[in-house]
Write a protein that binds this ligand. Structure first.
Ligand code: GUN
Length: 292
């Protein structure tokens, strides 16, 4: 069997086109466009790329975007002041503080300071709590939302109810929220992690595998149940054996091996990654619409 490839780049493009139309409708109704403020502390190269891409994507769908760049030695108090200012600014509908933050700053304190109604990452305890309780609408973390859209394509729009899903990884950003979304879709959910016994055997029982552990090509083809849908959240940069001195991106799943067993799979790059930013824009529009 050779798995169907779930094209995240094309799906994200279609979603962004739909959002651009909704932004026009929002502006016609409210006389202003949704606004996204992104805060970057320090000079982490990967974060700089992500932040640039987020702001550019917001502008491409017709939203307003601001990037607040603060030096690496910014104090927690100054960052909290910045968040407070954005909370009070009525032209800002969404606030995103790029993670990771410098070691001297407590990320949980910063996340908790964001107005939950502007928390387009969905990381605030109010939004995480609402998601866990199934109190919708709430702002749902972007990568998990993107995973669910691709997963629904993977099952051809069929019901997810009763399917066995395994989530590899228990981070607050991906693993835990995606487990909640799978549970809301009536899957039977296992959350596996570094201390799980016999991960391979747990995987082999699953109709749906979501890998979010940050280990290159960790999930092997023979861990995949024939016909399973595989969602690979990993973005790992490794040396490219075929081109010395160069690097390449791979996921958490051995793609070639898993393709032999799965019915559908997301590639890396071009799978979940592009969906994350599209869902961030979706959340920004939702935050604006909920404010009314
Ligand atoms: N760093 C890596 N992923 C994310 C994300 O989804 N949101 C934020 N704010 N920071 C990140």
């Amino acid at each position: 069997m050779s798995a169907r490839i779930l094209d995240g780049a094309a799906t994200a493009k279609a979603l962004r086109a739909e959002l651009a139309r909704e932004v026009i409708a929002y502006e016609a109704k409210h006389g202003a466009v949704p606004g996204l403020a992104v805060v970057l502390v320090g000079e982490d190269p990967a974060s700089q790329v992500y932040v640039r891409n987020k702001s550019r994507a917001a502008e491409e769908v017709g939203m307003k975007s601001w990037t607040h760049r603060l030096p690496a030695d910014t104090t927690q108090a100054l960052l909290l002041d910045t968040v407070e200012r954005l909370n009070r600014d009525p032209s800002v509908h969404g606030i995103l503080v790029q993670l990771p933050l410098p070691k001297a700053i407590d990320p949980q304190a910063v996340i908790a300071a964001i107005d939950p109604a502007k928390d387009v990452d969905g990381f605030h305890p109010v939004n995480a709590g609402k998601l866990a309780l199934g109190l919708m609408p709430c702002l749902v973390p972007c990568t998990p939302q993107g995973c669910m859209i691709l997963l629904r394509q993977g099952v051809g729009g069929g019901s997810l109810a009763g399917r066995k899903a395994i989530v590899l990884g228990r981070s607050n950003i991906v693993g835990k929220p995606i487990a909640q979304l799978l549970l809301q879709a009536d899957c039977t959910v296992t959350i596996a992690h570094s201390r799980t016994r016999d991960l391979a055997e747990e995987c082999r029982a699953a109709d749906i595998v979501v890998a979010a552990i940050g280990k290159p090509s960790f999930v092997k083809g023979d861990w995949i149940k024939p016909g399973a849908v595989v969602i690979d959240v990993g973005i790992n940069r490794i040396d490219d054996a075929a081109h010395s001195g160069k690097t390449k991106l791979v996921g958490d799943v051995d793609f070639a091996g898993a393709c032999e067993k799965a019915s559908a799979i997301t590639p890396v790059p071009g799978g979940v990654g592009p969906m994350t930013i599209a869902c961030l824009l979706k959340n920004t529009l939702q935050a604006a619409q909920l404010r009314g």
